[in-house]
Design a protein around this ligand. Structure first.
Ligand code: SF4
Length: 294
């Protein structure tokens, strides 16, 4: 058990939960719960490549967005408890299966356990890049602690508007927190580096999911990302939003139109941002991995 779990302030939510006796906002207790470990083909091409990323989906989430596509693992602690030692072995197994990297997905509630697992895996021969895949709601302290073990940062930058952040992710401070975290990730990782095979070795890819009716905020997000340095990171502009997962509090009841998506994409291009875009076909529920089995 890690002492940080006693009065937990591991993430910006800083809910102060005593995870020995209860659960924090994120749902996490003292055990590291993993929903699924798999080779994942649906990340960006430079991460999934031909053999997949080595995805480790952690259960629980410090944001719990009202439209979350991974609701079954972000809202409910689905999966099994793993020790850091087991997690390290799982990373090595993914590498042995040919995964291009290991991809820690929504690991913030388990920071000390995840660092200890990566450290152990590296000592035992993990050589593929470590990807840290996050909603962007991370403290600067966490980024600094993770930096020696992470090669590729894959944060979301969801909103610039505090109102949207409050309405859909229950975190009015998200815009400022995410901006500071992503700026720091970029400073620590340096500009993206790619191997001869086109796979990313290090750097930052910022994801932004365009939401229906929110394109002006999306364009403000593009400007905020560009202010960090268009040549210092890559953008992944996502249009896979589907209302299929929205809860009753969420008023985002349709998909994003081609006009909305292209307007944001044009803004990104005009700002000199470079990276990845998605086709309209990606906005289907089947794009989301099935978390029913482990
Ligand atoms: S990681 Fe979870 S328990 Fe800890 S502060 Fe964040 S929401 Fe609360």
């Amino acid at each position: 058990m890690y002492s940080e779990y006693e009065n937990c302030k591991l993430c910006p939510r800083a809910c102060g939960a005593d995870r020995r006796t209860g659960r924090g906002y994120c749902g996490a207790g003292t055990e590291t719960v993993v929903a699924r470990i798999m080779r994942h083909m649906w990340e960006e091409p430079c991460i999934s490549g031909s053999r997949g990323s080595g995805a480790v989906f952690f259960s629980g989430c410090n944001l719990r967005c009202s439209y979350c596509q991974n609701r079954d693992i972000s809202y409910a602690l689905t999966g099994r408890a793993m020790t850091s030692d087991e997690l390290a072995e799982a990373m090595l197994e993914l590498q042995a299966q040919g995964a291009h990297n290991v991809d820690m997905i929504t690991a913030a509630p388990y920071l000390p356990a995840v660092i200890s697992a990566i450290k152990a895996a590296k000592e035992r021969g993990l050589t593929v890049p470590v990807v840290y895949n996050t909603g962007g709601y991370e403290t600067e302290e966490a980024v600094i602690e993770l930096a020696p073990y992470v090669d590729v940062w894959l944060p979301d930058f969801k909103y610039v508007s505090s109102d949207l952040a409050r309405r859909y992710s229950h975190a009015a401070d998200y815009p400022e927190i995410a901006y500071r975290a992503i700026s720091l990730m970029t400073e620590l990782a340096g500009a993206p580096v790619f191997g001869a095979d086109g796979m990313i070795r290090s750097g930052v890819i910022v994801r932004h999911l365009v939401l229906p009716g929110c394109r002006e905020d999306s364009k403000a997000v593009m400007r905020r990302i560009a202010s960090i340095g268009a040549d210092r990171l890559k953008l992944s502009l996502m249009r896979q939003y589907t209302p299929d997962f929205a809860d009753e509090s969420c008023d985002l009841r349709r998909r994003v139109t081609t006009f909305e998506y292209n307007d944001v994409l044009r803004c990104a291009v005009d700002l000199g941002l470079d990276g990845y875009s998605q086709s309209a076909e990606s906005a289907v529920a089947s794009f989301t991995p099935d978390f029913g089995q482990n």
